[in-house]
Design a protein around this ligand. Sequence first.
Ligand code: SF4
Length: 484
Amino acid sequence: MLIILNNLESHYEIEQLTRMFTKDISVVHGTKKECLPADTADFLYVTNEEDVTVELNFNGIKFTESFAADTDTDRMYLDICASAYKMYTKAFGRKLAWGMLTGVRPVRLMRSFYAKYGDIDTVCGILKDRYFVSDEKIKLCRDIFTLQKGIIDSGDEKDYSLYISVPFCPTRCSYCSFVSVGSTGASGLMGEYVDKLCEEIRYTARTAEKAGLKLKTIYIGGGTPTAVSADQLRQIMQTVKENFDLSQVLEYTVEAGRPDCTTREKLQVIKELGADRVSVNPQTFSDEVLRAIGRKHSHQDFVECYNMAREIGFKTINTDLIAGLPLDTVEGFERSLKGCIELGAENITVHTLTLKRASNIVVNREDNYYSDVSGMLEKCSMLADAGYVPYYMYRQKSTLQSLENVGYSQIGHENLYNIYIMEEIQTIISCGAGGVTKVAGPHGELKRIYNYKYPTEYVKDFDTILRRKDEVINVCQQFGFLKG
Ligand code: SF4
């Protein structure tokens, strides 16, 4: 699809909207339609002259609409996107469940509208009438917003969460776009990495104290934290224990996502050193699908790992599933979901497959190459019947059919860290490669401080990492957290 914009500065919103219908896009600026070759096919033309005109030519059919330009530029782009969205739905013969919403945090958008209008029914009406969001997604958003409201309102601006990144995995899953390094052959790097990580953890404890922040949750993620040895895991968690006051911490989570590297000994280390939650991830209950995505474990390996975690006595176990995996079917996905419910996992997180350039799955296929992903997500109604509630959600660019990822929880087992990180309402201090520290201000400000992305750079230029941590104190000073 060629997008031609005349007398318009930004193409971001229009391009993101178009991308939800087709991946093949190019954008031309400052050209009048009359200047295009006569045989130009499949284009969206938007011009802002006396009026705004939106014209879509697709498969030989032409749609056009003109309206007065709103003096508010944001509103004008919204009007253009609404017009283009209606044309695309006719041309492509399908509506999108999230309508023309392209943002990755719909609940956050709902919260900002709620702050403005003060009435949730009004907000839902805006999402339906102005953004064309389906009733089903509005309900999902509203349920999550309502559940999160009490949690968010009870927070303090000086609260923070600690994120620790262990960016190693036994093998790389074909859909993965995270920074993760294969642990095979990386044992030298892992040892050096863990030493530096512990140094950063110690430095962070002192920095947070100087910045006047109060630790509320801890999350050790990755990669797969259990890809390191039991001794290295102990070293990391012992450092946390010795440098932070765990008695004030509301939750402590460790991802033990891969059954092919999570042993009883590592789970015992996690429990002994204070974590009360783990994630053990099946992704699917089908061995055939597991092979297709490059996971080197079977469904039975997952069940054994889950049962070990249960025996060791974690308060909350999360299980991740992915809808839309190659070779999976709606029935297969339903079996996986039912399996997680029957195991009694307190949290079940349902992701929708995302096709990112950094992953090994072919990115150029259209969404309909993959199985009926919306049919799979419809099966999540089983979760409500089993007593689970949705408690956090996010969308990603390039997710199949622009659908969402949702965390479901048994009441009282919601993972606070997931809410804080997705809604960007609390400071998160990150340690390790790929970590991004986000200092949240009292008026919605968010200051990001980046660590190096890859473990090799992290180890090599570690002094820079510590210097960047000092920035947390400066930002907290600017936000007024250090008063008195
Ligand atoms: S376990 Fe997670 S981080 Fe590791 S390769 Fe697979 S998807 Fe990526």
